[in-house]
Design a protein around this ligand. Structure first.
Ligand code: BYC
Length: 320
């Protein structure tokens, strides 16, 4: 139940649930700002899954073997499924999937910056699996314990599949690294392009993050952007060593005192340009999404006409 009237008892119940780290469920009272923040984050997440199908889908027709094609098809289908779980979670907050899609296409809602970069070689499929799904897991495992029930439960299933995606990316890259010099160079070139954008996925630095403090107070987020980014850097470095690739950052080194890796300055001007719509592929991604929605309009029109006709027939039967 959502209401603008914050009855003290409802407020106390909500605050007690947050303090006890209990789940808030769709029928529970919640502050309007909590609902809006969740719709924003869950919709952005859902849009990312759906837009994220484009860069990898680009390689389905050019996968180097039937096995690789079947794997990639399954992965891209999984992303569609993740989008649907998340739109369903958003629907429990009162935001319809159609409305959210329209908002995305109108540029009124965001999706992850990472999907505005092009996929230029087949190695990108492996690097997206390893680094992009890897960053997604790092960010999303804590979201399994987020305070809103439907979002947390969707994340449990999504994280299991993302882990599998990350392993397939790593396996693909391992295979290429055991191949020819040309294949190894393709992997390194792809890592060079994706490393910094992968770090940007975690959002702006904590001091510039407008939402983190409130989202953490509500238990929507359980870690800050910088904490999760650091965790990702620390987990990726040993994996890069096993693969035999390097990251394009001369400042990357172990800090004994912090027991973590230091890393170089992220280009935040690039990040904000991409977030605001000026990345290499923003226009293309949205145009493609708009076309997919428009191409599907006849199906929605037909379904609506069928439902209206059925209702009309039921009403006629009831009055006969
Ligand atoms: N890209 O206050 P902040 C995936 C926006 S993985 C674009 O820190 P918040 C996948 C942010 O929305 C990717 N925009 O925000 C993987 C805010 O603007 P608004 C999806 C970004 O929400 C593999 C402003 O910057 N994962 O789907 O506290 C294959 C200030 O930021 C980005 C999720 O969405 C960005 N990278 O924290 C297929 C995970 N970063 O909205 C698919 C869930 C920030 O106020 N989301 N902005 O106008 C989250 O955990 C959080 O929303 C974020 C940002 C950590 C991303």
């Amino acid at each position: 139940m959502t209401s603008t009237v914050a009855e003290p008892e409802f407020v106390a119940q909500f605050e007690a649930a947050i303090a006890a780290k209990d789940r808030v469920e769709p029928r529970d009272w919640m502050p309007e700002a909590y609902r809006k923040t969740l719709i924003r984050q869950v919709a952005q997440h859902a849009h990312s899954e759906i837009i994220g199908m484009q860069p990898e889908g680009n390689w389905i027709g050019r996968a180097p073997s039937l096995r690789r094609k079947a794997i990639l098809l399954a992965k891209v289908q999984d992303e569609a499924g993740h989008g649907l779980y998340l739109y369903s979670a958003a629907e429990t907050l009162g935001a319809s999937r159609q409305h959210l899609t329209d908002q995305l296409i109108a540029g009124a809602q965001k999706y992850s910056s990472i999907f505005n970069y092009p996929t230029l070689s087949y190695a990108d499929v492996g690097v997206i699996g390893w680094l992009v799904d890897g960053a997604a897991i790092c960010n999303q495992v804590p979201l399994c314990r987020t305070s809103f029930g439907p979002y947390g439960r969707a994340m449990i299933r999504i994280c299991k599949e993302e882990s599998f995606h990350q392993r397939q990316g790593f396996e693909l890259l391992m295979t290429m690294m055991r191949g020819t010099d040309e294949q190894r160079a393709m992997v390194q070139e792809s890592v060079n392009r994706f490393w910094w954008p992968a770090l940007m996925m975690f959002g702006p630095p904590d001091e510039d993050s407008t939402n983190t403090e409130q989202s953490m107070a509500w238990g929507i987020k359980t870690h800050t952007n910088d904490e999760l980014r650091q965790r990702f850097v620390d987990m990726s470095i040993p994996q890069a060593k096993i693969l035999g690739v390097t990251f394009p950052d001369p400042d990357l080194r172990w800090n004994e005192e912090r027991q973590s890796h230091d890393f170089g300055e992220i280009d935040w001007d690039e990040f904000w340009a991409v977030v605001k719509g000026d990345g290499p592929c923003n226009a293309q991604r949205l145009a493609h999404r708009r076309k997919a929605r428009d191409d599907g309009n006849w199906v929605r029109d037909a379904a609506r006409a069928f439902a209206a006709k059925q209702q009309q027939e039921q009403e006629q039967e009831a009055t006969a």
